[in-house]
Ligand binder design. Sequence first.
Ligand code: ZN
Length: 309
Amino acid sequence: MCLSHAVLDDDYRQYQQALLGAGLLVSSGVPGVYGLSGLFEGIVEAFERYVTRMGQHLTPEVIRFPPLLSRETYLRTDHIETFPDLMGSVHSFVGNEGDHLRLVQKKENGEAWTENLEPTDVMLVPAACYPLYPAAANTTLPEEGRVVDLRAFVFRHEPSPDPARMQTFRQREYVTLGTAEQALAHRDYWLKRGEELLGALGLDVKPVIANDPFFGRGGRVMAATQKEQALKYELVAPIASTEKLTAISSSNCHLDHFGREFNIKTPDGQFAHTACIGFGLERITLALLKKHGFDPATWPSETRSLLEI
Ligand code: ZN
């Protein structure tokens, strides 16, 4: 581990301890999996209401998907090719009473027991908008396209001492499905709007062109292409470290990737383009706590009035 990593790790652990000590995060014993206090959750809820107000004029459809995705759909999203190390697969016990006895015996003997589990029909959702595309499969969009408001718990297998890098967290998204122009306009609109609405809360955010952490050598090529085509922007802010900023919001253009895979068409028969803006609810809450302190009663009056807290 190089020195800068070690320093960064210290920053992470220090801020993690401060949050645990204040009772804002509740340890589960697993890195990156926390309970959240009432105060923390209250900020999440206030921010969500704020985002709802900021998107009201778009009259989005509201859909809430569970944190599970059909395994069959999962396989159609390219996730297994691009982020195999982040996936979450749900397994369960399938067997008779004899198999069950052997399973329990293995557990009691301290032996490996998970090899007896079978994959179920579901995977954990890796990004809040993934369940939307199969739900829109084989449809033709209206002239004006669709704008959908989503929120879901997502899972990423990346245990870390950084309190902002949780293994499961909520994303609030506005997604559009439409023509290439509509998708790009949505992305550009929300990139600017997102910066404004987070900035208005007193957060020091800035947009950066980003890339996803695609897996392996092939992934590095994909990441370079994604960056070159400016398909992903992140709004970054300080959380645990003031040197290494954390993405608290990201906007993505998927071109016609999902439109093609799920056969979603525009009225003129083209494959739909899709774009989304996602707000990381726990990360935004952490950024607010970092910026304004652990007691919302002492936050600047403008932040409090915008959040109506
Ligand atoms: Zn998305």
